[in-house]
Design a protein around this ligand. Structure first.
Ligand code: 4AD
Ligand code: MG
Length: 465
């Protein structure tokens, strides 16, 4: 059965309803008016647009209207009419108002407008009620939906890889340990170290930093897979681009070489950006107006041109010749900092860049080794404002070469036996990448801090809510 009330987003579409009785529910954004008539802006989270409720004071008495303050929740019945005022096409002439819950103006934290994003971060339990965070989280939802649609339409299978893992092979970052042992008095082995055989899983386990290694098992069975789930890194990097808990999308494709991988990454990001422009126009326009008036231009910009593709070695040469003084000096072999990545994208090429063939010593063990013995078939996609948005590679499918690298890096073999079997039995060339979902949401919303694009951010020293 349909709900008796109608979502505010739908009201604006339903011209057929003008003249009829409607029932709307939501929270008061503002209330203003005079002795004769009062106007309430009602928002139910379905749209950036609030609906104007017109209250004729001949019909209602002052006492009854007192609890209608910013933040209060209402059930309103009335007639939908074409609006005479500026700023809206329709409004509701109220006939009945029920207050579900009041919001005391003295203590309601969002009583005033114009709070800083820092202040709102402290109020994460309420900030989704603001226009800004409403817009951000509607866009985030649409992007997540676009991710699934893109891969489903291409015949990829959604694979759920484990969140609790016993391998730390990726080496992508510090891991969070998962244990049921008594941390005050853990069981000890004879030698005195902690006896993890007594732990829940009979071994030491952590939260995953990436679903890739299990994703490779999927790709070498199902052909084309993607993961989309939370990943955890106990990183102390307190930057506007790092979270300790973030969501990652990791496609993995059998029979894809590095060029196919780059083509897919570029098509994928462009699809997501286009999807947001097509489905979140009002929210993006709001953010463009309020925070960053080059946002739409930047979004349309990445759709227009093909991404520049160049090798790490070529990238280093450009950076070495740059007039700009970098905080971290560049030379062949160093890991690029976001200042370097952004220089290439924003100053030099003025378009997104896919940088390939990085030195093997700054990349993971599983990347396919090039013939030069120095570089691997890595690819990082670098974006304006963001820096690295995607990291990926063609994978080393040769058992002996992979083993040699594992031994060189002294990766504990007992953790890796299942991974190595993909190379022992029916090995194939394959590739994949990881897109940091919050970095994509950052780019599309134009927000400056990653803490503002995930509802309840986890960063070092912060796990409130
Ligand atoms: O470059 P990363 O570490 O690559 C991997 O984890 C590979 N296993 C991916 C693969 O090939 N399947 O991480 C991938 C992306 C980065 O490019 C970045 O966008 C994001 O994940 N990322 C983070 N986002 C937020 N907070 C962090 N701490 C992040 N670390 C990485
Ligand atoms: Mg990376």
């Amino acid at each position: 059965m349909a709900l008796s009330h109608i979502k505010i987003v739908d009201i604006f579409e339903r011209t057929d309803l003008v003249g009829s009785e409607v029932n709307v529910k939501g929270w008061v954004r503002t209330r203003r008016g005079n002795k004769h008539v009062q106007f309430v802006a009602l928002n139910d989270g379905s749209s950036i647009k609030s609906l104007q409720i017109v209250i004729d004071l001949e019909r209602f008495d002052e006492e009854q209207l007192k609890p209608i303050t910013t933040g209060a929740s209402l059930n309103v019945k009335g007639t939908l009419v074409a609006s005479q005022g500026k700023g809206q096409t329709v409004e509701v002439q109220a006939t009945e108002i029920e207050v579900y819950g009041t919001a005391d103006p003295e203590s309601y934290p969002l009583q005033k407008k114009g709070h800083t994003l820092e202040f709102l971060r402290e109020k994460a339990h309420l900030r989704m009620r603001t226009n800004t965070f409403g817009a951000v989280f509607r866009i985030r939802h649409n992007l997540a939906f676009a991710v699934h649609k893109f891969f489903n339409d291409k015949g990829f299978f959604y694979l759920n890889t484990p969140l609790i893992t016993s391998s730390d092979a990726e080496g992508a970052g510090e891991m969070f340990q998962v244990t049921t042992l008594n941390v005050k008095i853990p069981p000890r082995t004879e030698k005195g170290s902690i006896d993890y055989s007594k732990d829940f899983f009979g071994k030491r386990t952590s939260l995953t930093v990436s679903g890739q290694l299990e994703g490779e098992l999927g790709a070498t069975s199902l052909g084309l897979i993607y993961t989309f789930g939370p990943t955890f890194r106990a990183e102390h990097s307190n930057t506007p681009r790092h979270l300790a808990e973030f969501w990652m999308i990791e496609p993995e494709m059998a029979f894809y070489e590095i060029e196919d991988n780059m083509d897919l990454a570029e098509e994928f990001i462009k699809y997501c950006v286009q999807y947001a422009l097509d489905h979140c126009r009002d929210d993006i326009e709001f953010l463009n107006k309020m925070y960053d008036n080059s946002l739409i231009e930047r979004l349309e910009g990445v759709l227009k041109d093909s991404f520049v593709r160049l090798t790490y070695t070529e990238g280093i040469a450009i950076l070495e010749q740059a007039k700009k003084k970098f905080e971290f000096p560049v030379k062949w072999g160093v890991d690029l900092q976001s200042e370097h990545e952004r220089y290439l994208v924003e100053q030099h090429f003025k378009r997104p860049v896919i940088l390939t063939d990085y030195p093997k010593d700054i990349k993971a063990f599983y990347m396919k080794q090039n013939d030069d013995g120095k570089t691997v078939r890595a690819m990082d996609v670098l974006f304006p404002q963001i820096g690295e948005i995607i990291g990926g590679s063609q994978r080393e499918e040769d058992y002996d070469k992979l083993m040699a690298r594992i031994e060189e890096l002294k990766i504990p073999m007992k953790d890796m036996w299942w991974y190595l079997e993909t190379r022992k039995f029916g090995t194939v060339p394959h590739s994949g990448f990881g897109l940091g979902f919050e970095r994509l949401v950052l780019f599309v919303t134009g927000m400056a801090n990653i803490r503002d694009v995930i509802a309840f951010p986890r960063t070092v020293g912060n796990a409130e809510f």
